[in-house]
Design a protein around this ligand. Structure first.
Ligand code: HEM
Length: 243
């Protein structure tokens, strides 16, 4: 019964993630003019798409890899590699997303890192890069001491959830900022009159929050944790391949 409830929640999570990617891509292409990589505002448009796809959706999917009961009978090592690989891809997408906005700011002579959004955002990506490197050293490096692993594990889980909360926060602040910049003061309808673009982007924000809450809920449920039976302590990656 518990696993049926898991799969229903997990399917909801997968669908919400796909909807987030769809909505952010539609916003950038239908209302903001599409994409290019030439320092223009079309280059900026990669920023929300890559941040939402990488640091929210892919990150959330990667965080849930160990929770799928079908994988619990299999060795843990392949799933550790899937978890680390998806996380690396999420990190690379978010770094590319940052390059898009930094380049755009440079070509329009806009100051870097002045807003609260950019401060929270840059701290989130820095935390993620640190967490990934420490995770690699602690859980995949063959000679990491078992004491270090067991100390690191609860910290890794806590920091992982914190990064998810910060990513969602960064997206919400980024969406508000973009709407205030582009709708207010321009010739079109102001944000306060709630034009279709604002309704659409606000809905994107709600979808991101809903996705974050579902991932957080799955991560917080103890029953849905992978049992520690196949040797968390056994970590000779190269010689044994089972940790
Ligand atoms: C996890 C997600 C996100 C992170 C980590 C993040 C991070 C950042 C950073 C570090 C900057 C500063 C760039 C510079 O100073 O040159 C920035 C700028 C910006 N971002 Fe994001 N961002 C995220 C998501 C979004 C989303 C979804 C939007 C929605 C459109 C957005 C809109 C903006 C805007 C308008 C700017 C330019 C103004 C400013 O510097 O605050 N961001 N972002």
């Amino acid at each position: 019964m518990s696993s049926v409830f898991f799969y229903v929640t997990y399917t909801l999570c997968l669908c919400l993630g796909l909807l987030c990617v769809l909505f952010v891509s539609c916003w950038s292409s239908l209302w903001r003019g599409g994409f290019s990589w030439d320092g223009s505002s079309l280059q900026f448009n990669w920023h929300p798409v890559l941040m939402v796809s990488g640091l929210v959706v892919l990150y959330g999917y990667a965080a849930l890899v160990y929770r799928v009961p079908l994988t619990w009978r299999q060795k843990k090592l392949p799933w550790k590699l899937v978890h680390a690989g998806l996380m690396l891809l999420a990190l690379l997408l978010s770094i590319l997303g940052l390059c898009a906005v930094f380049d755009f700011h440079r070509s329009f002579n806009i100051a870097h890192l002045y807003s609260l959004h950019s401060w929270v955002g840059i701290c989130t990506v820095a935390m993620f890069a640190f967490q990934w490197s420490l995770g690699l050293a602690g859980f995949l490096f063959p000679f990491s001491p078992p004491g270090f692993r067991s100390t690191l594990k609860p910290v890794h889980i806590w920091v992982g959830k914190a990064i998810l909360i910060l990513s969602v926060t960064s997206c919400i602040s980024g969406i508000s900022e973009k709407l205030l910049f582009t709708l207010n003061g321009s010739t079109g309808e102001p944000y306060s009159s709630l034009p279709v673009e604002a309704k659409f982007a606000n809905s994107l924000g709600l979808l991101i929050v809903a996705f974050g809450l579902v991932v957080f809920g799955i991560l917080s449920k103890k029953k849905w944790r992978r049992p520690e039976s196949d040797g968390e302590g056994v970590h000779l990656l190269l010689s044994e391949g089972s940790a």
